[in-house]
Ligand binder design. Structure first.
Ligand code: ADP
Ligand code: MG
Length: 727
């Protein structure tokens, strides 16, 4: 009897929901532990407050003396909330968040102690942290990394620690984290979009990128996890036979949420409220034990921080409920994986969503400007977008017959497609100053009605327009949104910058009127970016063929996809837009290749261990029972025993065959691993991808066959049906 698996099952079946006390109304709890505008006003002097506001809005520098004042008020506020420690909270290139706590407590000369926290500690720290990946930016003799306060994301208290969001940069100024490039990209898109907005409204002085992510995840009981070393070590199951009932009936999607899960969600939501994460939606997802959580959208930098924080909080809260959260994109074979849709738009400081069609023709020209420029940017940099969402775990979704495909395309719906087609054909491609603007503005004027009943949705598209925002659906559930958001906002910035140059040129040299010039450039963009638009089924083979014909990239694996991240084109883009320099780009590329190889290496080792230490011994144990049985039959029946033992003898043989196959495949895989380990960079990642990874499915095949044969009482690993259906 396999004790761990069965005691885990028993434990799980007896669990009760953890009772969660409601701490108050959501609206009252919201932002209670955040040093937000309200708290800042209460605790800060007018000068300090103004200077923080300016820093947030215009990126202006904060004076040293003022920083001291801010630090003191932050400390007073934090102490009033029971905080004892503070930390610079940052996002190193591992994709997770990092913190190193220091106490406010300090001794005073001549005895005694006090709580101390001044501007110096607020603004900049040096958390040794030399073990984080840096891709060669920090060499050992100069291994200094600094964290620097990011005033655009408010400080918050988690537990008893004041967390101060920071960027993490090297002594030489290169970014060692995900946040610094993101902030630079957001700056770039602000500058470019604001300049374009001025064509339509002189009052616009700032444009914020907005982000609303939707986080999908699985919840698995901790006891059941404990009998799955693969889930524990890699976040996904490396073997396991599909259960008879999977998700065929679609009976989980939007179904009633189980009690234990509901109590986890309530607990989580309360924590989120206190931390100012505006969570709004929760529901069951398609797969059994899969759920989703989505907030109200926010300014992109804050939204990225909130997603990282949320993932951390989810892990902590789930422990209280004896759950483990799985963020892996594909924890179970044959069962839907998880993603993190990134809903993205641009909003002006005058309160206008630039991707929301307006009520007047002029407002719609503005909408069309941002709409068409976005499509053009994605067209020009589709391969870079694919690269920005590449990871070993996301490869199981992208390009593996699951939503969405590895081919990036844009879906806009049939009615907006008609609008663009109509606009495109107005002058048959000529830029003619004599054109009557009436006709064109008529088309533009039709948009709001059109959008009202624009209900068609295409769930297979990786980048879809959904009424007033674009939805990048290819982001993995495990990834940090900073990566794709940095790329998306950078390419939009670059595109808008170019657009402005072209429009200004038409106005200056061809003497076109402003709206006519805008219109003419847009028309050319519509033509030039046509091949990125796709309204059909993104999963089918037909689309792969069509995409190939159109010349769109289809990079199915991470090592292949990542190349676009370090290409000449990418480096030119990032340097021109001041988002990353060559060294920063190369460092990230190197880190991601290495991370890929390491993940596959770990999976390979874990799979080898489980197959050899769990699966094979269990199979042999069962085989021995069969052998005993056959021997017994022989004793009873003598010569003619075989008639009664045929099935058993066949099984004994088949088990031996599977065992032999598993053993030989593991040996070959280990050989390939050894060869791969001698390589570096691209070759190392390629080798893990092409030479090591293919063994996974082969080894799994034989293990899963054994799972079906071996006595259920002996099987040591929690089975799929138990992981997915035990409530
Ligand atoms: P669904 O896509 O499931 O139909 P919604 O349209 O309500 O749901 O929005 C999904 C997500 O999109 C939410 O997280 C929401 O906050 C976000 N969202 C809505 N408008 C914007 C916007 N202008 N910018 C960024 N995100 C947005
Ligand atoms: Mg959505």
């Amino acid at each position: 009897m396999s004790t761990l698996r069965f005691s885990a099952l028993k434990e799980t079946l007896h669990r009760k929901p953890v009772f969660i006390e409601e701490k108050g109304r959501r609206s009252e709890l919201f932002g209670k532990n955040v040093f937000n505008e309200q708290a800042i006003r209460q605790y800060m002097t007018r000068d300090a407050y103004q200077s923080v506001k300016d820093a947030i809005e215009f990126g202006s520098k904060i004076d040293r003396k003022v920083a001291d004042q801010i630090a003191v008020s932050m400390k007073d506020w934090a102490l009033s909330k029971g905080a004892t420690h503070y930390t610079h909270w940052f996002q190193p290139l591992t994709g997770a968040t990092a913190e190193k706590h220091d106490a406010f407590f300090d001794t005073i000369e001549g005895g005694g102690a006090m709580e101390r926290f001044d501007g110096e500690q607020l603004v900049q720290q040096e958390p040794d942290a030399s073990s984080f990946p840096h891709g060669g930016i920090r060499n050992t003799f100069e291994a200094r990394g600094y964290t620097a306060w990011d005033p655009t994301s408010p400080a918050f208290i988690y537990g008893t620690t004041l967390c101060i969001p920071t960027v993490f940069v090297a002594y030489t100024g290169e970014a060692l984290d995900n946040k610094a490039p993101l902030l630079r990209a957001l700056q770039a898109v602000d500058t470019a979009a604001t300049a374009v907005c001025k064509y339509f409204d002189k009052n616009v002085s700032k444009v914020n990128a907005t982000l609303g992510w939707e986080q999908e995840y699985f919840l698995i009981d901790t006891a059941l996890m404990s009998a799955r070393p693969d889930l524990m070590m890699t976040g996904r199951t490396l073997l396991g036979h599909s259960p008879a009932k999977g998700q065929q009936l679609d009976d989980h999607y939007f179904g009633s949420i189980p009690d234990r899960v509901m109590s986890f969600m309530r607990d989580l939501e309360q924590e989120c409220m206190l931390l100012g994460i505006p969570v709004k939606t929760r529901h069951n997802e398609v797969a059994p034990n899969q759920f989703e959580l989505a907030p109200i959208f926010e300014e992109a930098n804050l939204a990225v921080d909130h997603n990282s924080l949320l993932m951390d909080v989810m892990e902590k809260v789930s422990q209280r409920h004896q759950f483990k959260v799985l963020f892996h994109e594909k924890p179970f074979k044959g069962i839907n994986g998880s993603g993190k849709h990134n809903n993205w738009s641009l909003a002006t400081n005058t309160g206008i969503n630039l991707l929301s069609p307006g009520k007047t023709p002029m407002k719609n020209l503005q909408f069309l400007t941002f709409f068409v420029n976005t499509i053009k940017a994605v067209h020009d940099y589709e391969e870079l977008i694919r690269a920005s969402i590449a990871s070993a775990s996301n490869d199981h979704r992208l390009g593996a017959n699951e939503a969405p495909p590895a081919i990036i395309s844009v879906f806009i719906g049939s009615q907006l497609s008609e609008v663009l087609d109509e606009l495109e054909n107005v002058t048959k491609g000529k830029l003619s100053p004599q054109e009557k603007t009436d006709l064109k503005l008529n088309i533009v004027g039709k948009i709001p009605e059109i959008l009202l009943d624009n209900t068609d949705r295409n769930r297979t598209s990786p980048f879809a327009f959904t009424g007033n925002k674009f939805e990048l659906r290819a982001v993995g559930s495990w990834s940090n949104c900073a990566g794709p958001m940095t790329v998306l906002n950078t390419i939009i910035a670059k595109q808008l910058k170019e657009f402005k140059i072209e429009v200004d040129d038409l106005i200056d040299t061809k003497k076109l009127k402003k709206d006519e010039a805008v219109f003419n450039v847009l028309r050319e963009y519509i033509k030039a970016s046509k091949k990125i638009r796709f309204e059909g089924d993104g999963y089918g083979e037909a689309w792969e063929k069509e995409a190939l014909r159109r010349g769109l990239s289809n990079n199915k694996t991470t090592p292949q996809a990542l190349k676009a991240k370090a290409s000449k084109k990418a480096i030119a883009l990032f340097t021109e837009m001041n988002v990353m320099n060559k060294v920063e780009v190369a460092a990230r590329h190197e880190i991601e290749l290495e991370e890929y190889a390491k993940r596959i290496q770990i999976e390979s080792r874990v799979l080898g261990d489980i197959a050899r230490n769990h699966v094979i011994p269990t199979a042999i144990q069962y085989q021995n029972t069969l052998i005993e049985n056959v021997k017994g039959l022989k004793e009873i029946f003598g010569k003619g025993f075989e008639k009664y033992a045929k099935e058993q003898i066949d099984l004994i043989k088949i088990i031996s065959i599977h065992i032999a196959e598993i053993n030989s495949k593991i040996e070959k895989m280990t050989e390939e691993r050894k060869k791969s380990n001698k390589l570096i960079g691209q070759e190392n990642a390629d080798s893990y991808c092409d030479k090591v990874k293919p063994f996974f499915a082969e080894i799994r095949y034989h293990c899963d066959k054994l799972e079906l044969m071996v006595d259920d009482n002996l099987w040591p690993l929690t089975k799929y049906r138990e992981l997915l259906f035990t409530k």
